[in-house]
Design a protein around this ligand. Sequence first.
Ligand SMILES: *Cc1c(COP(=O)(O)O)cnc(C)c1O
Length: 230
Amino acid sequence: MTIQNSIDQIRQRIDTACHKAGRDPATVHLLAVSKKKPLNAIEEAAAAGQKLFGENYVQEFVGKSDDSRLDIDWHFIGGLQSNKVKYLRGKVAMIHSVDRLSLAKEIDRQWGGCESPVAILIQVNIGDEPTKAGVTASELEPLVRQLALLQNLRICGLMAIPPQSDNPEESRHWFREMRKLADSIETLNLQNVSMTELSMGMSDDFEVAIEEGATLIRIGTAIFGARDDA
Ligand SMILES: *Cc1c(COP(=O)(O)O)cnc(C)c1O
């Protein structure tokens, strides 16, 4: 199947899931996760109307974005070391994987002097898995309060990768927990903080994520096919 066909199919599935959940499809944004895929695959997706792309690895991202002349927005969604933030400066519209103050401070420092602050999401380790990045639910509020003081970033919501499962229904309660966490942060009414975005749902479980309130779904395999890492 071509990338164009895959994207068309996913858009239909998004519409169906939104209809089922009583949501406006315009409130769900598709992020095409292009890690380990070449620029020509990204170009093909862009030709099919895809605007948002997600990358995981700094070096790979910089190479592709420097080579690309496409009018697209990049989101950084992978694990991020503070010493690499400088390579992302001014090139990404959103960073999904902020989970500690030291990293946020470096993002704040790098975006100083940029025209506009960078949008960030806080990654939550919603299943409390020892091997996964992200703050735990109880660490979330204290971190948000600290990050809210940084002037060159805007906290726009939360991101999560729930525990791996073969059955998308098993992800539902994790997505629901994420929504509750976002709601509880929203009620704090902090400056620089709005829980507008919930980045959750991937190739295997995005419909359930949409039913539970996702606004950004991150899809790789279902658009570009399997990766070497899969
Ligand atoms: C790779 C990746 C995805 C996409 O996963 P697929 O199962 O290929 O859709 C989404 N989010 C993150 C953080 C990823 O690293």
